[in-house]
Write a protein that binds this ligand. Structure first.
Ligand code: TA6
Length: 323
């Protein structure tokens, strides 16, 4: 047998298979400590400012699902015009003679600096697209020590918030949930809402399904007890409505379902677009930005949630990319 043939015939030592670790989600805190970004092995990502624990980006399938105005202030000087600002402990302008009366519109959560508490990852067990992590959860915390003194004085209750942002199902799902605890010895009343701004190609071609036959308060017409008749609500001009009791909400573009928003323990959902006229007076909403955004906001805002001492309230949303 020729020499090279002998060599070829000699069995090679079997290499010990070294399984490369399954691809993991990457979580980074920006060098200036202002932003946490998590990226799944498949490339989907979520970015959260510690200012307001505001989710400012959710990318899946190469597309940005959230709207952030080009003129939004991201320096902590004002609530972000876009992403998912957090509304707590009050929704809207606080009424008079209430414990929240001295707070700004939508409360202090969206304009406070939250603490990043850490991350956790998991494989759903299903065959993940990357063979690795298909979800990553980021946790953020807020308590009185994080509040500006004037906010603490304006609402002197002892509370703690744990806010979780989970990028799941290989990035096609974003879940945000808030865990509120009364750490004090007196009860307090709160409202909670995720003020989600979704990116749309053209608001005039966008509709909202899932609201039919539900009752809503119309903040533009200043009427309540209205019954929604549209199977798919079109947005023609300013819309500012608080619906109660709806089920899953679907955003359609050109009649094609794009996103589904499900709520957990949050009875209400706000649908808002400022329309051209009101948008014209909003410096932090770029020219024509109102056409590229739609707010569908899960919340507990039609009434107050009373939280007894040492008790808790939890609510969340799950947003799914469809198609
Ligand atoms: O969620 C709808 C809404 O309450 C509208 O009435 C409008 O005020 C919007 O929020 C934006 O509020 P902001 O304080 O962020 O300008």
């Amino acid at each position: 047998m020729a020499e090279h043939a002998k060599k070829a015939a000699k069995p090679k030592p079997s290499t010990i298979p070294i399984s490369s670790p399954a691809p993991a989600a990457q979580v980074h805190l920006s060098p200036d400590g202002s932003r946490v970004t998590a990226t799944l092995p498949t490339g989907e990502s979520v970015a959260v400012l510690l200012y307001g624990a505001t989710v400012v980006s959710w990318r899946s399938g190469g597309a940005e699902n959230l709207f952030v105005s080009d003129t939004a202030l991201l320096d902590g000087s004002k609530a972000v015009r876009g992403g998912i600002p957090l509304v707590f402990p009050v929704f809207g302008p606080p009424g008079a003679n209430l414990p929240v009366s001295k707070l700004p519109q939508h409360g202090f959560a969206r304009t406070s600096r939250w603490e990043f508490l850490g991350k956790s990852t998991s494989e759903s067990g299903a065959a993940t697209a990357s063979g690795g992590d298909d979800s990553v959860k980021l946790d953020f915390g807020l308590s009185p020590v994080n509040l500006a003194p004037e906010m603490r004085a304006a609402w002197p209750f002892d509370f703690s918030l744990i806010y979780s942002v989970t990028l799941g199902r290989d990035g096609r799902e974003l879940e945000t949930s808030m865990f509120v605890r009364n750490e004090g010895d007196v009860s307090f009343d709160v409202q909670l809402l995720f003020h989600s701004y979704f990116a749309v190609k053209d608001i005039t071609q966008t509709t909202v399904a899932g609201l039919a036959a539900k009752t809503y308060a119309d903040k533009v017409l200043k009427t309540a007890g209205n019954g929604e008749t549209a199977e798919a609500l079109a947005i023609n001009g300013e819309v500012d409505r608080v619906y109660s009791g709806a089920g899953p909400i679907t955003i359609l573009e050109g009649g094609v379902p794009r996103l589904e928003i499900c709520r957990d323990n949050l009875a209400d959902v706000v649908v808002w677009n400022p329309g051209a006229e009101k948008a014209g007076g909003m410096k932090d909403l770029h020219e024509g930005g109102w056409r590229q955004m739609l707010c569908v906001e899960p919340g507990a805002v039609a009434t107050w949630q009373t939280i007894e001492p040492q008790d808790t309230f939890e609510g969340g949303q799950i947003v799914k990319v469809l198609g």
